[in-house]
Design a binder for this molecule. Structure first.
Ligand code: SF4
Length: 218
């Protein structure tokens, strides 16, 4: 069991699943920058906070619910948790719901976040959480994601990896990949093209120096 002072933010798992260096820049080096995608995410969450709250006798919606798991050592906030209650008291079923902008399809990064929220709810509410939902605000469409054993194992792996990077206190080297770096809000701070190219130049320089030394020794 982890202590309250030793919890990893669930949002960090998203960063880690996206890019290890992004995770380290934000959570080790404490850097942050917004871009269009993060700004749109902020607007979406403001909109979620203004959404309708529904409560019936055996059904409750909790928006912005704070969650944590001491077993897994994680903490975060769910956009929405739907709680189906037992007539005799207690919770029969809990479903975390993540709101998404537009009509995009969710990614593994999003599913890991949902799974981590499920870990927390299972500990807090005491019921198994076999699925989570995505709600697309742009399309008013809702889909379900099965929280499979494979996804649970991957989420646990990421939690352990996050802990190891935080304990090591160093950021992994930059490596440019257009598909992720061109959408990353930290691209100007990270400088993946320059550092990748610079790293290759240093490697070439060292290799040529070693080759020259070997030649002299022959
Ligand atoms: S710019 Fe690329 S390498 Fe750098 S943190 Fe972002 S995704 Fe990772």
């Amino acid at each position: 069991m982890y202590s309250e002072d030793d919890l990893i933010p669930i949002s960090g798992l998203q960063h880690l699943a996206y890019c290890e260096r992004q995770f380290a820049l934000i959570h080790v080096e404490q850097l942050w920058a917004d871009n269009r995608f993060t700004a749109e995410g902020d607007v979406l969450h403001e909109r979620v906070d203004a959404e309708h709250h529904e409560s019936r006798r055996l059904f409750r919606q909790e928006y912005g619910m704070a969650v944590r798991s001491l077993e897994h050592g994680i903490i975060g906030k769910c956009d929405l948790v739907e709680l189906y209650l037992k007539p005799e008291g207690g919770v029969a079923e809990a479903v975390p719901v993540e709101f998404k902008r537009g009509r995009d399809k969710e990614s593994d990064v999003d599913r890991v976040q949902l799974c981590a929220q499920a870990f927390c709810l299972e500990e807090m509410v005491g019921v198994e959480v076999p699925r989570g939902d995505f709600y697309y605000l742009g399309a008013h469409r809702r889909t379900s994601a099965e929280l499979s054993l494979a996804l649970r194992a991957e989420t646990r792996r990421l939690i352990e990896r996050a802990r190891a990077i935080l304990a090591g206190g160093e950021s992994p080297a930059a490596s440019y990949a257009a598909a992720k770096c061109d959408r990353c809000s930290l691209v100007d701070l990270c400088m993946p093209r320059a550092l990748s190219e610079g790293g290759r130049r240093v490697e070439r320089y060292l290799k040529s120096g070693i080759a020259a030394m070997r030649k002299e020794c022959d």
